[in-house]
Design a binder for this molecule. Structure first.
Ligand code: ZN
Length: 136
């Protein structure tokens, strides 16, 4: 299974936590607290060495769009958007909805699941409603 990041960065952006679950690999500056994804060796603010951290995979939708005409590598329409993670990182990812669930909305609470996306496929973070479809 190809994991997201292997072809674009030369390494997966996922890594196992203590229980073997895959998490998003990021970095945090021990001095100023700046969190970066993908992981960076040094802080962009003060040049100090960063600590490796793993992100919880929870946050809110900053913006979402429906991709009605799938781009190359995808065979069906999907929602995608920017997710503001609780640790302060914004990332772009697919957003999955359950059958009959409302369209994603700004500020909607979401959580990460790892799913195979695309026709090859690639294991990547996909965000789902964190409140079981009860968002307003
Ligand atoms: Zn720093």
């Amino acid at each position: 299974m190809i994991e997201v990041g292997i072809e674009s960065l030369g390494r997966s952006v996922l890594e196992p936590d203590g229980s073997g679950e895959l998490r998003i690999a990021a970095s945090r500056c021990p001095e100023c607290g700046d969190v970066r994804f993908p992981r960076r060796e040094f802080c962009v603010n003060d040049g100090l060495p960063n600590d490796p951290v793993q992100l919880a995979g929870t946050g809110v939708i900053y913006e979402a769009v429906f991709v009605g005409v799938p781009p190359g590598g995808f065979d069906e329409p999907f929602w995608a958007g920017y997710i503001d993670l609780d640790e302060g990182v914004r990332l772009f990812a697919q957003i999955a909805r359950a059958d009959g669930e409302d369209a994603p909305t700004h500020g909607q609470r979401v959580e990460m699941q790892l799913r195979e996306i695309g026709v090859r496929p690639v294991l990547a973070p996909v965000f789902v409603n964190a409140d079981g479809g009860r968002h307003a």
